[in-house]
Ligand binder design. Structure first.
Ligand code: GRF
Length: 231
């Protein structure tokens, strides 16, 4: 659980990214060069491939292995307490869950209210939980996609920041559909992080308001999507 060296040169608010695996969303965020400092990448799994990517880019990494808390009276609470300590050492303005595959306790989530975001591979509120692509295929939906949202103590719930929809094609498998969605995840998540650190997101009840960029009018756009396209 020892932090490694930090990333030189980057400035702005501090952001901590939590991962469990591959880390392709982490990579998309880093490559987008957001106006913030990625202070640390923390994984609950020592073998998460995203850790090597972070280290290779001079970002501090840390492992808080959930398996190490199995013998605690309340393993979930003990893990969340250790994770919170590891995160708070960096005093982040924002905590980014990027493929972090743990259910978090309500006190943990409440501590980061309004400053923790998640990406989920479905058009929430459809398909919270696991196997979203498989479930979308089984139900024959025409549109699937991904959602970036603020985290609340209800799983895969919380004020929605941005969503992208993709068509479901006739021959799709879980692999082809998840690949199509992942391309959109990599567009959405860097944008959501950027909006947050620019101070442009505010939560109003269950909705998120996106302020226009300083000095610019709200762009006029009709974002209607109909899939398949009409004749
Ligand atoms: C993504 O599909 C994300 O939406 C889901 O887990 C996957 C993580 O992928 N929560 P990666 O680790 O960012 O590549």
């Amino acid at each position: 659980m020892t932090p490694t060296t930090g990333r030189d040169g980057a400035t702005g608010p501090s952001v901590v990214v939590l991962i469990s695996g591959r880390g392709s969303n982490l990579r998309a965020i880093v490559e987008s060069q957001p106006p913030c400092r990625i202070a640390a990448v923390i994984s609950n799994r020592p073998d998460a491939a995203g850790l090597a990517y972070a280290r290779g880019h001079g970002i501090a990494t840390e492992v808080v292995d959930h398996g190490a808390f199995a013998a605690a009276d309340d393993p979930r609470a003990a893990f969340d307490a250790a994770l919170r300590q590891a995160i708070d050492r960096h005093q982040p303005a924002l905590v980014v869950l990027a493929g972090f595959m743990r259910i978090l306790t309500a006190p943990f989530v409440d501590h980061y209210a309004g400053r923790m975001i998640n990406i989920h591979p479905s058009l929430l509120p459809a398909y919270p939980g696991l196997h979203t692509h498989r479930r979308a295929l089984a139900e024959g939906v025409r549109l699937h996609g991904c959602t970036v949202h603020f985290v609340t103590s209800t799983l895969d719930n919380g004020p929605i920041i941005v969503q992208a929809a993709v068509p479901v094609h006739a021959g799709d498998t879980e692999d082809t559909l998840s690949a199509r969605v992942l391309v959109q995840e990599h567009r959405l998540y860097p944008q959501a992080v950027r909006w947050f650190v620019q101070g442009r997101l505010s939560i109003e009840g269950s909705r998120v308001r996106l302020a226009p960029p300083a000095g610019s009018p709200v762009p006029a756009q009709d974002g209607t999507l109909v899939v398949p396209p009409l004749d």
